[in-house]
Design a binder for this molecule. Structure first.
Ligand SMILES: Cc1cc2nc3c(=O)[nH]c(=O)nc-3n(C[C@H](O)[C@H](O)[C@H](O)COP(=O)(O)OP(=O)(O)OC[C@H]3O[C@@H](n4cnc5c(N)ncnc54)[C@H](O)[C@@H]3O)c2cc1C
Length: 402
C-alpha cells in the first residue's frame, strides 16, 4: 500500500499484538517495519486462545471475521465439576452471548490465529532475527539498536515485545532517571500460578462426545485437596485443548521466587506432566488420555504473570499488549488488553495523517451494533475516534511528537 506521509513506525515483536497493529498500519497506508527476535521462518506456537466480544468488532472491521469463524468455535458454556465424583458445582451459560453482546466468545488454537494475522502482513514488513536491545530517542526520531549491531530509525516506536519487554525496560530507564516513573511501575511482575497447556491430535469423539457439538462446552474440574484445576476445551477438527493450572500457595512466593518465565515452549514440562497424569476427567478418563494424544512439542509450561503498568507511552514510544498489560488468559480478556491499545495509537496516527490533503483513510472503521444489548460492549471496542477514550490520552501524546 502506498505510504501517505513521512511518518514511519517500528514495531518490536511479531506476536499477536505486533501483527494486529501491523495489519492496521498496512490498511491505513502508514509505513511500518516489524522487528522480531526469532530467526528464520516464524513458527506459530501455543495452545488454545479465546477472543471475547469486545475485540471482535476489530476483527470484523479488518475483514478477518469469516476466517476467524472458520478456525474457531463459539463457547456456549463453562461447567465446573468436582474432582471426586464429577458432579456439577455450577455452570455459566454463554449460549446467548451473541444476542446479548453482538458476538460469541470464540476459542481456537493460537497457531491458526497467528497464521491468519501473519497472512495479512506483507512479508517484507517483517524482519526476523532482530533482537532489539536498546533504544535512543532524540527530537527528530527514535533509534532502535539490535544485538547483531544493526540499527533502525523511526518516528514512532511500538513495544509489542511481550511481558519482559526490552522497549519498556529502556523507556522506564529514561523515565526513572528523570524521576518520572511511578513507584508501581518499578515493581516486578508478579505471578501466582503455573499453567501447563496442550492440544491433542484429532481424537475419536467416541472417547470425547463433546467434540461432536458445533459449540465449545468447556469443562473445568476443581481439584479436591490439591491446588490444581484442569480445563478441557473441545476445539474444531476433533482436537481437545487442555490446561492444568497450579495455584502457588502464598503471596510470599509471588514476590520472592520471581523468576523470568513467560516463554511458551516445550521446556520443563515433564515434572508437571507426571504430577497431573492421573487426574480424573469426565467420561471415565484421566488427563493421561489427553496427554498421550498430544505431541510433546505442543505442550508448554508457563508462569502466568499479572501486572498493569500505568505508564504505557512517553515521547515517541508506545507499549502495547503484554508489554504493558499482562493479564491471565481467561475469558479472552488478555487479547482485548493486547489489541485494544494497538487501536489507540493507530487511531491517533490516522487522524493526524488523514488531515493531510494528499491522504485518505484506507480504513473505514465504523461503529455499528447488531443488537441494542450489544451496544455497550461494542462501544467499548469502537475503533476509530472513540478508541482514544478507551486508553485515554493517546491523542495528545501523538500531537506532542510532531
Ligand atoms: C510463542 C508464544 C505462544 C503463546 N501461546 C499462548 C497460548 O497458547 N495461549 C494463550 O492464551 N497465550 C499464549 N501466548 C501469549 C499470548 O499470545 C500473549 O499473551 C498475548 O497475545 C499478547 O501478545 P503480545 O503480542 O503482546 O506478546 P507476545 O505474544 O508475547 O509477543 C511478543 C513477541 O515479541 C518478540 N520479542 C520479545 N522480545 C523481543 C526483542 N527484544 N526484540 C524483538 N522481538 C522481541 C517475541 O519473540 C514475541 O514474538 C503465547 C505467546 C507466545 C510468544
Amino acid at each position: 500500500m502506498a505510504p501517505c506521509s513521512q511518518l514511519n513506525v517500528i514495531i518490536v515483536g511479531a506476536g499477536l499484538g505486533g501483527l494486529t497493529l501491523g495489519i492496521l498500519l498496512d490498511q491505513a497506508g502508514i509505513p511500518f517495519q516489524i522487528l522480531e527476535k526469532h530467526p528464520g521462518e516464524l513458527i506459530p506456537l501455543g495452545s488454545s486462545i479465546s477472543l471475547n466480544q469486545t475485540i471482535q468488532p476489530l476483527m470484523e472491521q479488518l475483514g478477518l471475521m469469516p476466517e476467524l469463524e472458520a478456525i474457531s468455535k463459539p463457547i456456549s458454556s463453562m461447567t465446573f465439576l468436582k474432582e471426586h465424583n464429577m458432579s456439577k458445582i455450577g455452570a455459566l451459560d454463554l449460549s446467548t452471548d451473541s444476542v446479548r453482546y453482538g458476538y460469541h466468545n470464540r476459542i481456537m488454537d493460537r497457531p491458526s490465529l497467528y497464521r491468519l494475522l501473519l497472512s495479512r502482513i506483507p512479508r517484507e514488513n517483517i524482519i526476523t532475527g532482530k533482537h532489539v536491545c536498546d533504544i535512543e530517542e532524540s527530537k527528530d526520531g527514535i533509534l532502535v539498536r539490535c544485538s547483531d549491531g544493526s540499527s533502525f530509525k523511526s518516528s514512532i516506536l511500538i513495544g509489542a515485545d511481550g511481558a519482559y519487554s526490552c522497549v519498556r525496560r529502556c523507556l522506564y530507564r529514561e523515565l526513572r532517571m528523570k524521576d518520572l516513573l511511578p513507584k508501581a511501575d518499578m515493581a516486578p511482575l508478579a505471578f501466582d500460578h503455573h499453567c501447563l497447556v496442550g492440544i491433542t491430535n484429532p481424537i475419536d469423539p467416541i472417547y470425547f462426545p463433546d467434540l461432536t457439538k458445533s459449540t465449545c462446552e468447556m469443562l473445568v474440574v476443581i481439584g479436591k485437596d490439591k491446588p490444581y484445576s484442569w480445563w478441557l476445551i473441545p476445539l474444531s477438527d476433533n482436537r481437545v485443548a487442555w490446561r492444568v493450572t497450579y495455584n502457588l500457595p502464598t503471596t510470599q512466593i509471588r514476590q520472592e521466587q520471581h523468576i523470568r518465565s513467560s516463554d511458551w515452549g516445550p521446556a520443563q514440562v515433564e515434572e508437571m506432566l507426571e504430577a497431573c497424569r492421573d487426574f480424573a476427567c469426565p467420561y471415565q478418563s484421566t488427563l493421561a488420555d489427553l496427554i498421550d494424544h498430544t505431541p510433546r512439542e505442543r505442550i508448554s509450561k508457563v508462569l502466568l504473570e499479572e501486572k498493569f503498568f500505568t505508564t504505557w507511552y512517553h515521547g515517541r514510544t508506545v507499549l502495547i499488549g503484554d508489554a504493558c498489560h499482562k493479564v491471565v488468559p481467561h475469558a479472552g480478556v488478555r487479547h482485548k488488553q493486547c489489541w485494544m491499545p494497538s487501536v489507540s495509537p493507530m487511531s491517533s496516527m490516522s487522524s493526524h495523517l488523514f488531515r493531510h490533503p494528499l491522504s485518505k483513510p484506507h480504513l473505514n472503521l465504523t461503529t455499528k451494533s447488531e443488537s441494542p444489548m450489544g451496544r455497550r460492549p461494542y462501544k467499548e471496542a469502537v475503533i476509530w475516534d472513540d478508541s482514544v477514550e478507551v486508553t485515554n490520552g493517546a491523542s495528545p501524546w501523538f500531537g506532542a511528537c510532531f
